[in-house]
Design a binder for this molecule. Structure first.
Ligand code: BGC
Ligand code: BGC
Length: 624
């Protein structure tokens, strides 16, 4: 008996230590209610509605006086909403300061919350470090790393003064034909749950009031990744450059509530636990009801059951989709369902006036307005925005670490940990750095834009040199090999004769949202041709796929001696060569199932569809 005592004591000590090491639970947002209440009691109806209204920066600035007239509480920059002075760090910081200075001229001088899609780093700003997109981070299965990425993203966003990102996306994409697949960490809700929580912790930190923290936004609530593919024309506005065809984006998720909870709700459970201050309801519908107008989803499940104390921000013009053609009813239904802030990029005046009318007519109760504004102000208090002693202008000292080598080193680590080795015949990898000559080819070998994908400088991303800084895979190969190794390059794979090794980098060109919905994930003809051109010279071939999702590689795989999936690695190509040349072992595991053919889709272990026979299963990944 006696001998157990020290053991028990040690166990208690260890448990105590473990508790002490656990990240402190973030302060509850409702703990700011006394201050909020006091401020709310001074606010007019117009001032309250202003807090609920979010225009796009360029539209509101082009109407001088509107920030004050409508008491605007928040603005956004959408994917293509850049400063008129260009896209530099300087221009973004100046823009933020200008918007903030406008907000401070309102009667109560409540600072403005500026939101942006910093979805893989501060990805709208030239020279920011662009991290791998979430699909790649999912392959790392590494919450500590994802948290670190969140911290750095927060710091680079703060360097421009901006305090809010529309991320993390905690979608659980069930069908890789969806153009937003790469925005999700995994088709596996367990992975999304863990990494989504880590991302929120990283961005918000343990204390939202830290000047290095930003407000996170879990999106798109809920079931955005569960929509069924359709070729029927879609209701509601269709993006101008949508292309033809098959649709999944903004569609309908037809599952029972148990399935919705088991698969699609998981990321929200953990994000709320991590203290996420905002959540974006989805454009999509659940069993015929728009999520953005569903009281069951927004109020009963999210706010009441999960205890979410932050605020809901609608997606870009999403409110008007609730009852298409009837804006007033759309606003009524959405706000009464629990929407707290409206992203109305250009129609913000209309939103403001419509909501005011609805309140005056008693169709939206004043208690709902007070609840919405309370939730928004809680966040502003929690972020130290209401602290009179604190400047709300950008802290330009942070410019010195923007896109710094230290930040890039973390992105590089993320790249090498996310690579998934699918094939390695005759142990051809790792490559020697002493080879006489390596011939590199393929459309994504020397293309930082393709590496970064969508949501990079432009909404849709851009092929080619989209941003300065960073390293393409070709450049990374050049700096990795020995002085005596010759590296030659051709886009189409010609000229490989006589090389010791061929490396072909292929995949998808950038896209975002519904524009990327695709009914055919076959490799481009030019990609197959590049592989064939190298292969026919008889040298060994390493294929690297740079794409937003698994693709149909049946034709290419037999041609490749080694095949590596890099997904969308971002700016740091050296993460690829770290593994290629054996400085690090590959450790990435697939975050999505890899189909053999299109007719297998949707394919994932969660789907009730019989027969899970992928080319590579979820979690697959070789090493050496
Ligand atoms: C904006 C994006 C937005 C999209 C919605 C684009 O013009 O730049 O931020 O997501 O429209 O369709
Ligand atoms: C997207 C959101 C994004 C918003 C603002 C929408 O089109 O669905 O993910 O946060 O635009 O750019």
């Amino acid at each position: 008996m006696k001998s157990y005592v020290p053991a028990v004591a040690i166990c208690l000590l260890l448990a105590g230590l473990a508790l002490a090491w656990m990240p402190p639970a973030p302060k509850r947002l409702s703990s700011y209610d006394p201050q909020v209440k006091e401020l709310l009691s001074k606010m007019t109806l117009d001032e309250k509605i202003g807090q609920m209204t979010q225009p796009e920066q360029d539209r509101v600035l082009s109407n001088p006086g509107d920030m004050q007239k409508y008491f605007i509480g928040s603005v956004l920059s959408g994917g293509d909403s850049d400063p008129s002075a260009g896209n530099t760090l300087q221009a973004w910081t100046d823009l933020y300061d200008k918007v903030q200075a406008e907000a401070m001229k309102t009667r109560l001088a409540i600072p403005v919350l500026y939101g942006i899609d910093a979805v893989h780093g501060h990805s709208n700003v030239l020279g920011a470090v662009m991290f791998p997109h979430n699909i790649a981070l999912g392959c790392t299965r590494d919450p500590k790393l994802v948290e670190k990425i969140g911290r750095i993203t927060a710091e680079e966003v703060r360097a421009t003064g901006i305090q809010w990102t529309f991320g993390p996306c905690v979608a659980v994409p069930q069908d890789i034909r969806w153009g937003r697949t790469y925005e999700g960490f995994s088709e596996d809700p367990k992975v999304v749950k863990r990494l989504g929580e880590a991302a929120v912790r990283g961005m918000q930190g343990s204390d939202l009031s830290s000047p290095l923290s930003i407000l996170a936004c879990a999106k798109h609530y809920v079931g955005d990744g569960g929509t069924s593919a359709t070729t029927a024309p879609r209701p509601g506005p269709v993006p101008a450059n949508a292309g033809a065809r098959l649709w999944l984006d903004q569609g309908e998720t037809k599952v029972d509530e148990a399935t919705l909870r088991r698969i699609h709700l998981q990321g929200y459970i953990s994000a709320v636990k991590a203290g996420v201050g905002s959540i974006m309801p989805s454009y999509s519908s659940w069993n015929g009801v728009k999520c953005s107008g569903s009281k069951r989803l927004l109020t009963e499940i999210l706010k009441q059951e999960l205890g979410f104390e932050g605020f809901l921000i609608s997606d870009y013009n999403a409110i008007s989709q609730v009852k298409p053609g009837d804006y007033k009813t759309s606003v009524e239904v959405s706000i009464n369902a629990g929407m707290d802030m409206a992203m109305e990029p250009s129609d913000y005046r209309n939103f403001f006036n419509t909501l005011k009318e609805l309140v005056t007519e008693g169709r939206v109760p004043m208690s709902r307005i007070d609840d919405a504004v309370t939730r928004i102000l809680r966040v502003k208090f929690a972020m130290g925005m209401m602290d009179k002693d604190r400047s709300q202008l950008a802290d330009r000292r942070l410019h010195s670490t923007f896109g710094s080598p230290e930040h890039r080193a973390v992105a590089r680590e993320a790249v090498r940990k996310s690579l998934v080795l699918l094939k390695n015949e005759r142990k051809i990898l790792p490559l020697s750095k002493q080879l006489d000559r390596i011939h590199v080819s393929g459309k994504s070998a020397d293309n930082i834009g393709n590496q970064c994908g969508g949501w990079t400088i432009r909404w849709q991303g851009q092929t080619g040199s989209v941003t300065p800084g960073g390293t393409t895979i070709l450049e990374a190969i050049r700096v990795s090999v020995s002085k005596t190794t010759q590296v030659t390059y051709s886009l189409d794979g010609t000229g490989a004769e006589g090389a010791a090794m061929g490396i072909v980098v292929i995949g998808e060109k950038p896209y975002a949202e519904g524009v990327g919905d695709r009914g055919d994930l076959a490799l481009d003809k030019e990609d197959l041709a590049a592989i064939a051109n190298v292969k026919k010279t008889g040298i060994p071939v390493v294929v690297i796929l740079v794409a937003g999702r698994p693709m149909i590689i049946g034709e290419a795989l037999p041609q490749a001696d080694a095949f590596m999936a890099a997904f969308l690695p971002g700016t740091e190509g050296q993460g690829v060569t770290d593994v290629l040349f054996g400085d690090f072992k590959p450790t990435g595991k697939l975050s999505f199932s890899w189909p053999k053919s299109m007719d297998q889709l949707p394919l994932n272990p969660n789907s009730p569809k019989a027969g899970y026979v992928p080319l590579f299963r979820l979690g697959y990944g070789l090493t050496y």
